[in-house]
Ligand binder design. Structure first.
Ligand code: NAD
Length: 348
């Protein structure tokens, strides 16, 4: 591998020398072309946000087949180059989306996937960094909050340039369910799911509103009096959505694909959108150094600004317990087998 290329800078960091390549802001990569990777790639093609999209999968036939199939829609959208590539193709990508890994089988929780997917990430992330990747990682594989933190550790990139899709999908499920129930455009429903993208997540009812009208007042406007029970059942159905869908059709993918595209849009267009991506926090309700799904401003620099939340006492307790669940899982992860020797090869 050449140390210096015309568009490459060699910089020294604490972990040795790294190649930094000039970024192509219109180039995205999707690692893992299963249910989630392929639908995400399809949604990205439709979005017209990128001119180049690289697909990578251990199953190269799958990546090639998806690239070909998705490319055939291009004449009805916008010209772009979609191809099954290799890690070398990632050197100038601006966003690398990781959807590789095991998905939930019926009855499995997201946290059950942790060991399998950490092992896969230990093979993928160093290979990406070897190419001098200097863009933004967007993690989708589960457990997404944990794996986002794993990518931060493995990549050594600034924390703001590593994020997970977090509860962006869960928040969409909440907005959709409330909008449907209240017979109002879900885009006017401002409600969020925060915490772990998983069983310990919670809805922030204390701040939920429809176009500025507090959610309980909007319930009353629509003739719904038993707000407490309704809220609990909506929250439960959102939390269990993935289980229900997996039970019925083996996997969830049509909801996550536009959620990922929406995050990419905020980055590529520097929209400063507030989203519940998985992002690093020094402290969450007394739990230090945790990555979890909390609102933050997302723009071209990645996670640009964490948004503080005013929570009710009950919500704060639930968030603490969610952060502790993630911390306990993270503490069980062994990072030791990861070797940066291949990255240190250029050290003097
Ligand atoms: P899938 O089994 O259909 O696809 C996974 C793909 O990863 C396969 O094509 C496989 O060949 C590939 N892969 C495995 N190891 C690899 C490696 N080392 N390098 C490259 N590719 C590799 O699974 P899926 O349904 O697409 O789910 C993928 C992940 O996304 C799962 O972890 C799932 O839980 C997660 N997911 C997340 C969300 C979310 O909201 N964050 C939503 C749905 C699914």
């Amino acid at each position: 591998m050449p140390i210096v290329r015309c568009h490459t800078l060699l910089v020294k960091t604490e972990r040795g020398f790294f190649m930094i390549n000039s970024l192509n802001g219109r180039k995205v990569a999707v690692i893992g072309c299963g249910f989630v990777g392929s639908t995400t790639a399809y949604s990205l093609m439709q979005s017209k946000l990128f001119t180049d999209m690289v697909l990578i999968d251990v199953d190269t036939n799958r990546a090639e087949g998806e690239a070909l199939d998705i490319s055939h829609g291009i004449p009805y959208y916008s010209p772009m180059n979609i191809y099954a590539g290799t890690y070398e193709d990632l050197s100038d990508a601006s966003i690398v989306i990781i959807t590789a890994g095991a998905n939930q089988k019926p009855g499995e929780t997201r946290l059950d996937l942790v060991q399998k997917n950490v092992a896969i990430f230990k093979t993928i992330v160093p290979r990406i960094m070897e190419q001098g990747f200097d863009g933004i990682f967007l993690v989708v594989s589960n457990p997404v909050d944990i794996l986002t933190q794993v990518v931060m550790e493995l990549s050594g990139l600034p924390r703001e340039r590593v994020m997970g899709s977090g509860t962006v999908l869960d928040s969409a499920r909440l907005k959709y369910t409330l909008g449907h129930m209240l017979d109002v455009d879900p885009r006017h429903v401002h409600a969020r799911i925060i915490g772990e993208h998983g069983d310990s997540e919670l809805a922030v009812w204390s701040a939920a509103n429809v176009s500025g009208i507090a959610i309980n007042d909007f319930f009353r406007l629509r003739g719904i009096e038993n707000a407490t029970e309704i809220r609990a059942s909506v929250e439960e159905s959102v939390r269990n959505s993935a289980y229900e869908i997996i039970e019925k059709k083996r996997a969830t993918y049509f909801g996550i694909a536009p959620s990922v595209t929406r995050i990419c849009e905020a980055i590529v267009r520097d929209q400063k959108s507030i989203m519940t991506v998985s992002n690093y926090r020094t402290d969450v309700q007394g739990v230090p150094d945790v990555v979890m799904s909390l609102p933050a401003i997302v723009g071209s620099k990645g996670v640009e600004f964490p948004i503080p939340l005013q929570l009710s006492i009950d919500e704060a307790e639930l968030l603490h317990s969610s952060a502790q669940t993630l911390k306990n899982t993270l503490n069980q992860i062994d990072f030791s087998p990861v070797s940066y020797t291949h990255l240190r090869a250029h050290e003097t």
